[in-house]
Ligand binder design. Sequence first.
Ligand SMILES: Cc1cc2nc3c(=O)[nH]c(=O)nc-3n(C[C@H](O)[C@H](O)[C@H](O)COP(=O)(O)O)c2cc1C
Length: 191
Amino acid sequence: MTIDPTFLLVRDRTKARGANDPLVDRCVLGTVGRNGDAALRTLVLRDIDDRLALFYSRSSAKHAELLNRGLQGSLLVFLPSIGIQYRIEAQFEDIPKSVIELHWQLKPGAAKRMDSIYERHPQSTVIDDCAAFETLFAATAPPRKSPPNGAGVFVIPELVERLELRSDPRMHDRKLYKRQGDDWHVQQLVP
Ligand SMILES: Cc1cc2nc3c(=O)[nH]c(=O)nc-3n(C[C@H](O)[C@H](O)[C@H](O)COP(=O)(O)O)c2cc1C
């Protein structure tokens, strides 16, 4: 039985957190954009009930792009403090609204206000009148509950590539893990 790479990711993030890694709670989500090009953006990488999770607005481009691909996408996690990179191909699964609600309450006020605004002004769309938008933001109170578009997904890794940078004269270590039912198949890659 091969080691589950998600355990390795947990272990590496714990180590990176101990080293005050500035990227330990960040990831880059990759989707296929409107023109078929790669679309990338930084997101907070959360841990909910021992699972990796992302929070976003359903009004956003990334949500539409994930839906277009049956909730499949890519994640990049780089932990510079320990020189380790994960490239993950994943299936995503909607987080139940009750769970979203609990975590949404912890958001800062400005983010809550933006979530409210996204209901009428979808995220990622163009602002025509910046002054009017600033006024709208200033006049919007943080809602008490997550608005309907407040959403999130659990990450279910299917393919995980772990690259561990090693100092000269050693060779970097690069392994590819493929999910096979309840197990993982591992291959060593040329680094
Ligand atoms: C450090 C950092 C953390 C971010 N975290 C989130 C996040 O958790 N959720 C989110 O929707 N956007 C987050 N963003 C903003 C996204 O990178 C992106 O600009 C926004 O979600 C719109 O993306 P889209 O147009 O591809 O949908 C974050 C940006 C930065 C720089």
